[in-house]
Each structure stands twice: as structure tokens, then as C-alpha cells.
Design a protein around this ligand. Structure first.
Ligand code: CA
Length: 442
């Protein structure tokens, strides 16, 4: 239902020159949404925007100026984007596709001079904007959908039986904490918690020692469902507005002691970082791939998780990269060091299956809910999406180019995540960055 159309033409160019740079994440074919603050002569103002090159197009102002008029939005209202874009996705996404077409008309190089000068007044340089979490997030659920990550982590604890029997039957998940989700660029204070590193002694309450990140992809619920209703797999993507990058910060020592029998709790809930830009399902249409190819002796998904469209194109080819910059590297102006690169297409379960499974008991999903895939790891060693895997619980430290080494994150370390899509015949699009720096514990 998210089809490739004229809005994905690689030859489309914008009169916003920076959008035509070959390496930009934000060409005219992308147009991700964000919420941002900017300065005016009357003080700070807020708006919903779309990213074009090095600028944010102020959608609330475009509405005021009648540049976009597809729907009856109330400029400045916090729920503008949600109510006027996402909930209207129910009409086979026509509204969001119409808006995409309209924005491309306004921003493409063929736009008339008068339009260009009107639109240009509503562009803000990204460097002059501050961003917030892109949607008000009511609920957050984190999955565990990379079979490579699950197998690696399982192998550390159960070498003979790394995958539990349910893994290939359902997308494993847990309910995360929405209140501590922060936008990229927000510092994260090292959490304190119970550590029982010495099993001969009682636990102690200390700053987490084994602080880690997890490279994940998030997706936002657009249209929700009523409590008691389920979401058929073939309709699942109608309920998804778009994707972002997620860093699920994890305190491994707290996690190791607290996780049985009910799963992660305080090891995760102190902070989760999201990138500020939501890349829409429309923009991602050229980068869809078949769902993960299961081994011949793996079970097929139960019927409610098994749909033809999902099998054929439920996956995403999104390249993911994680970089680390230590305080010493910053002082010495050493560029961030790449820790891993993985790809979302290696996930065992699709986001459609995650969403359908989430609602399969009648749980009502709501507009703005965030779901994340779980750590995206691949088959290879350099495709492992967290330090727990990369250093094998700290046993194999990473040697950095400047002579430092890391088992887990130290105070002052910054983790920078990137995501982008490339395909022959199409324009490269990207997600921007998702970054966060560790502050010392209180
Ligand atoms: Ca996670």
C-alpha cells in the first residue's frame, strides 16, 4: 500500500540547494517530520516541520500562509501533526500522500518564483532550531526481534540452548517506560542500582558499572485500535506513521540481577533516546524488502502473523551505524570511531508482525505510541548492535585507535547512531543522528 510513485523519482531536485547534495540525509524525496522550537522577535515559538536539506520547513506557518491547505489544521496546536496527518491515514494514506505531493510541489526546482519566495520565508536553518521528541509518546514497547542478538545474548547465559522455545513463534517484547524517552542530544546520567557482581555477598546500591547502548529502530503508531479489537497483519502498516532511530540505554549489571523472572525493569527505564525526525512509510517505499527468510526447519508464523504482503515486502533495507567518541578523542579532535554497522533487513520479525502481535490480545494501541525493534544485530561480529555482544560481556575489550579501550561506556562517552537507505535507481535518504553523552552518576 505504500507504493513507489513519482515522489520517489531520483531526478527530483529542490530549489533548496543543500537538499541536492549527494550525501544529504534529507533530499526532497525524504521529508521527515519533526517538532521544533525556534526564535522569533516575540520570543520562542513551536511548530511541526519537515526537514529539507539543511533547513526545517515550518508547517504551521505554511498553513497560516495557505501554502498547504489539504486539511483543517489548527496551527500551533500540539496535536496538529497527529490529528491532521496520522489519524487520517485511515483513508488509505491518501491524506499523508497528498501532503507529501504538495510539499514536493512547493519545494521542487520547478516551483514558481512567487511560491519559492513565500516558502523560503518559512524555512529555518537546522542549526537555529531545537528539537523535541517528535510525538507525545503515551506508551513505549520494546521488542527483541534480531535473532542474531537474541542468540548471542542467550549464548552468554545458556551456551547449549541460546534461543528459548517461544522465540520463533512470537515477537518477544516488554513494556518500556515512556516518561524517560528523550530526544537526541540530551545527556544521560549514569543510573544507580542494585549490583550483585559478587554472588557471595549481598547486593549493593552503586552507580551502574556496565553501561551499554542498544542500536534499535523505532516506529510510531499512527492510527490506533479500540480496546478488544485486533489488527489483521495485512492492515498492520496502515497503523504505522513512520520510523526513527532509538538508543535503548541498558545497565547490564542492574539487568543481570533484576531481570528474573519478569524481564527488564530499572536497567532500561532510566533513559531511552530517539532521533528527532520521523521518516514516513511513504518515503521508505523504495527500500522495502521481503521479510526475513526463515530456515527450512523453522516454524512458519501462525496465521494471524502470516500475510502475503508482509512476507513479500514486510522488511526494510536500512543501514545502521554506531559510533563512539570518548572525552579523550574529543579533546584530541579524533573523529568518532565506528563500533558496528548492521541492517534492519536482518530482523527475524517485521514491524507489521510486532504491531499485529501487540494488538492480538485486544490491547488498544494509541496514536503516538512508540515501539522499538530491539537491538539490530547481524550475522557477523562487526554487525553486533551493543557492547554486551561486541565485547562478549566485557571479556573482549574494544581497542580504540587512540590506544584507549572500552568494555562498557565510561562517563563522558558519546554514542552516535546513524541510519540511511540506499538503492540503485533511487535517491539516498537518511534518518539523521541519534546521539547521547553519559554524565557521571549523581
Ligand atoms: Ca532493547
Amino acid at each position: 500500500m505504500f507504493e513507489i510513485n513519482e515522489t520517489h523519482d531520483q531526478n527530483l531536485k529542490s530549489w533548496v540547494e543543500s537538499a541536492n547534495a549527494p550525501d544529504t540525509d534529507f533530499p526532497i524525496q525524504n521529508l521527515p517530520f519533526c517538532e521544533f522550537d525556534y526564535e522569533t522577535e516575540e520570543g520562542a515559538a513551536w511548530s511541526v516541520g519537515v526537514v529539507i536539506g539543511d533547513y526545517i520547513l515550518n508547517l504551521n506557518k505554511c498553513l497560516e500562509d495557505n501554502l498547504i491547505d489539504e486539511f483543517e489544521g489548527v496551527p500551533g496546536q500540539h496535536f496538529f501533526m497527529i490529528e491532521n496527518l496520522i489519524s487520517l491515514q485511515s483513508e488509505k494514506n491518501e491524506t499523508s500522500l497528498n501532503l507529501r505531493r504538495k510539499l514536493i510541489d512547493l519545494l521542487c526546482e520547478n516551483a514558481g518564483e512567487e511560491i519559492q519566495s513565500k516558502v523560503a520565508r518559512n524555512l529555518h536553518p537546522i542549526s537555529e532550531c531545537t528539537f523535541s521528541v517528535p510525538l507525545p509518546i503515551g506508551d513505549y514497547t520494546d521488542f527483541y526481534c534480531s535473532i542474531f542478538h537474541a542468540t548471542n545474548v542467550g549464548a552468554m547465559f545458556r551456551p547449549d540452548n541460546p534461543l528459548l522455545p517461544n522465540y520463533k513463534w512470537l515477537p518477544i517484547g516488554y513494556h518500556g517506560r515512556a516518561s524517560s524517552i528523550v530526544v537526541s542530544g540530551t545527556d544521560v546520567k549514569r543510573p544507580k542500582g542494585q549490583n550483585r557482581g559478587d554472588t557471595e555477598q549481598p547486593p549493593v546500591y552503586i552507580p551502574a558499572k556496565n553501561l551499554d547502548y542498544e542500536m534499535e529502530v523505532g516506529f510510531f503508531v499512527g492510527k490506533g485500535n479500540q480496546m478488544g479489537e485486533t489488527i489483521p497483519i495485512e492492515n498492520a502498516e496502515e497503523h504505522i506513521f513512520g520510523l526513527c532511530l532509538v538508543n535503548d540505554w541498558s545497565a547490564r549489571d542492574i539487568q543481570a540481577w533484576e531481570y528474573q523472572p519478569l524481564g527488564p525493569f530499572l536497567a532500561k527505564s532510566f533513559a531511552t533516546t530517539v532521533s528527532p525526525f520521523v521518516v514516513t512509510m511513504e518515503a521508505l517505499a523504495p527500500f522495502r524488502v521481503p521479510a526475513f527468510e526463515r530456515d527450512a526447519d523453522d516454524p512458519q508464523p501462525l496465521d494471524y502473523l502470516n500475510g502475503e504482503t508482509n512476507r513479500k515486502s514486510g522488511g526494510f533495507d536500512i543501514k545502521l551505524e554506531v559510533y563512539l567518541q570518548t572525552p579523550k578523542m574529543r579533546e584530541e579532535s579524533v573523529a568518532p570511531f565506528m563500533l558496528s554497522r548492521s541492517n534492519m533487513k536482518d530482523l527475524y520479525w517485521t514491524i507489521g508482525q510486532m504491531l499485529t502481535h501487540h494488538a492480538s490480545n485486544g490491547c488498544n494501541l494509541q496514536t503516538g505510541d512508540l515501539m522499538a525493534t530491539g537491538t539490530v544485530s547481524g550475522r557477523e561480529k562487526d554487525e553486533r548492535g551493543c557492547l554486551l555482544e561486541l565485547t562478549w560481556r566485557g571479556k573482549e575489550p574494544i581497542n580504540l585507535p587512540n590506544g584507549e579501550e572500552r568494555r562498557f561506556l565510561e562517563d563522558g562517552d558519546e554514542i552516535i547512531m546513524k541510519g540511511f537507505c540506499e538503492r540503485e535507481g533511487f535517491r539516498r535518504i537518511g534518518f539523521g543522528t541519534c546521539r547521547g553523552r553519559i554524565l557521571p552518576a549523581e
